[in-house]
Each structure stands twice: as C-alpha cells, then as structure tokens.
Design a protein around this ligand. Structure first.
Ligand code: SOE
Length: 389
C-alpha cells in the first residue's frame, strides 16, 4: 500500500483532535494512501514525548523549521495558534509539502494572500480544516439545497455562541490577544459560520459589523491556562484584552440573499452552540451542532395540514455521507468524526491529484470577509467584499 509521511506541529486541543483522526481514519475508511504518523513537533520536550507516545507519532522535534526541512515528510499538519500559520504554511508550501491547516486561516488578508499564492504556485494540496463542513447533517443540508428543496435562498441566520470567558477572572490566553488570534470570536467562531455560509448559500459581497469587548483587562495566564480552561496559576498582573468578546455581522450574498452572523463567548449556557437557519422560497433548513446528527427541514409544498419542521436523522449508510464507514443507523457520531472526514478527503485529493475544499482560497476569502468586518465595526460603515477576479 502506498504511504505518505505526516508531521504535525502542535500538541494541544487541535493537535489531539488531528492526531486522533490521522490514527483512526485508516482503521475505518479504505484509504488509497495510508498516512504514516512520522513526526510530532511541540515546544515543551517532556509534553511532546508524552503526546507522541499517546498518539503513536514515531519521532519528535522541537524546532518546526527542521520539520519543514525534513525530506522524509510529505504532509505538514499545522495545528498551532493562528499567528504561526502564515510563516509555517509559506515555508511548507515552498518545500513542496501538502498542507492540512487549522482555522482561522491567518491574522490578515496580506498573510492569507501569500499563503494561498505560495500553495498554488507549489502545486500542493492545501486544505483549511473547517471541520463542520464534514458533519453528515451539514452535507445533507448542501444536498437538499442542490436538489432544490429550499428553492431561492432569502436568508442565512448563523450563531456561534460559547461561554468560557464570562468570568472576568478567566486569564488572558492567546485567544484574547490580537497579535496571536487576529480577533476574538469574530475570527475564531465567525470563521466557521462564514465558511458554512459560503459553502451553503454562496459568496459574500458586503459586510456590516459591530464588535465589542466587555472585559477590557484580565489576569495574565498561569500554569495550565488554555482554551476552555482557566488553569491553576495565581496571576497578580493584569493584561489588556485586545480582541472583541462578541461580534454581530450583516452580509449581502452575491445571489441576493442576506444574512446575519452572531459570535460570542459571553452567552451563558451556550457551550459550543454552532447554529444556522436557511430560509428559501420552497423551504427551510435548521442545524444545531449540539444535536449534530440531526437536520430540521420544512417544506412549503407539504399538505398544509401536515406542515411543520421534520427532523431527519442523518445516520443512514449510503444516504448520508461518511456514515457507511462508522456505525449502524442511529448509533450517532460526534465532533471528532468530522476531523476524520477531513483527513480521508484530504488524502483522497492527494491520491487523485484533485483539490479539496475548503482550500487556502476559501481561507483567503474568510479573512478578507472577517477583516472587512473589523473595518466596518471601526468605521461604522458597510464594507464591500466582492472577490477580485
Ligand atoms: C474555541 O472557541 C474553539 O475551540 C474553536 O477554536 C474551534 O474552532 C471550535 O470548533 C470550538 O471552539
């Protein structure tokens, strides 16, 4: 069997989610090329060794530049905070490696443009991991739209809400620093919603946005502080929060639809509430990640006495994408399965010499649109985001 060697950079939340997918995808899916988990890279040597042992990475390296220089490596998986994506992706593309990159894509449009152009120039397969596109229920939403169950789309309504920093004592982790994350939920969460909206509804031609920061200073992070975890450190010094805590955006789509996007980390009770509604001339679709195996569908041409939202369980092998490789109908899949689907499709793109979406082009568009949102909020004006041809 043909194999390709993978190196992962990053050992935290996304490092684990990706490692799990690299490890288990070939166990569940027939893959034309099998990924070999060759090399793991992280800063802390002790943590890195434990990580590699847990997930089965054969070797370790603390210098990411050596990973890129390594001729044995065919694929680089970038699972690190956003501010590192640009340098790593450009170097990996120049070295001819295929790239599997976490979102949000980059800090700025200028960075994103270079990443996309270098990847295209190198002729590599480039993938931006917006995992939610690969939930079977989201794929079903796409199919229903393509098969005209929704008709002409009028509205996109997206909300991505969390609550992990409502406590003002939650420390200033990297997600709360503009130099590390680019923006707050406006990038972290809206990037997912913008990706889903572009996938399901179409291109976005203008943005009006309002962002705000509720808590302007926070304690500096101590030991163990990370995404979703305050850690145990007792910090006395405070630091400035340089990103938004919440963002609302309005969008005009190329096809005439209009949309709204809400993103917040200040929505108590909402843990990872990734939700969208699509309304069209023939019907409507509703998805909620917290019930991710289900899709709600309303059809206007159902007889009036039987009209209402129906719940489709997207777990039928052969009918719903990816499911045949997992469990029997109704046995449910979860968050981590989406990452496996990304790995499987990415490896197939390499095998067949095709492209995969979302690609670095979609990453460029995501950052153009989100950066326009920041400008719009700062100026109080609508910003044109029509793609340059
Ligand atoms: C934190 O907000 C986070 O881990 C995001 O960075 C992910 O992309 C999202 O899927 C879950 O929440």
């Amino acid at each position: 069997m043909k194999t390709l060697n993978v190196a992962i950079i990053g050992t935290k939340f996304m490092g684990k989610a990706h490692s799990n997918a690299w490890l288990n995808s070939p166990r569940f899916f027939d893959m034309g090329i099998k990924p070999v988990m060759k090399l793991a890279c992280g800063q802390n040597e002790e943590e890195l060794k434990a990580f590699a042992e847990t997930w089965g990475w054969e070797e370790t390296e603390t210098d990411w530049k050596k990973v890129i220089e390594n001729d044995d490596i065919d694929i680089v998986d970038i699972s690190v905070p956003t501010y590192l994506h640009h340098e790593m992706a450009v170097a990996a593309a120049k070295a001819g490696k295929h790239i599997f990159c976490e979102k949000p894509f980059a800090l700025t449009t200028a960075e994103a443009k270079e990443m996309y152009e270098e990847a295209e120039k190198a002729g590599i397969v480039h993938y931006l991991n917006h995992n939610y596109r690969r939930a079977p229920a989201v794929r079903l939403a796409k199919k229903l739209i393509e098969e005209d169950f929704v008709g002409r789309i009028f509205h996109w309504r997206g909300a991505y809400l969390q609550d992990w920093i409502v406590d003002p004592e939650f420390p200033l982790t990297w997600h709360l620093r503009a130099d590390r994350a680019g923006a707050g939920p406006h990038y972290d969460l809206n990037s997912h919603s913008v990706d889903l909206a572009r996938y399901l509804v179409g291109e976005i031609n203008s943005i009006s946005a309002l962002t705000t920061t509720f808590i302007k200073e926070r304690p500096l992070p101590g030991a163990g502080a990370a995404t979703f975890s305050a850690g145990s450190g007792e910090a006395t010094e405070m630091g400035e929060v340089t990103v938004d805590d919440a963002s609302f955006m309005l969008a005009e789509f190329e096809n005439g639809a209009i949309g709204s996007f809400e993103a917040s980390r200040f929505a108590p009770g909402r843990k990872n509430f990734n939700y969208f509604e699509i309304y069209g001339s023939k019907g409507s679709i509703v998805f909620n990640l917290e019930r991710m195996n289900e899709l709600q569908l309303f059809q206007r041409d159902d007889p009036a006495f039987a009209q209402g939202f129906r719940t489709i369980l997207a777990t039928e092998a052969g009918e719903h994408d990816y499911i045949a490789n997992w469990w029997p109908p109704g046995h449910m899949i979860g968050y981590e399965h989406e990452f496996h689907h990304g790995v499987v499709d990415f490896m197939e793109a390499i095998e067949k010499g095709t492209k995969i979406e979302p690609s670095f082009y979609d990453g460029l568009r995501e950052i153009e649109i989100l950066e326009a949102g920041l400008q719009s909020s700062a100026k109080g004006e609508k910003v044109d985001t029509t793609p340059s041809k």
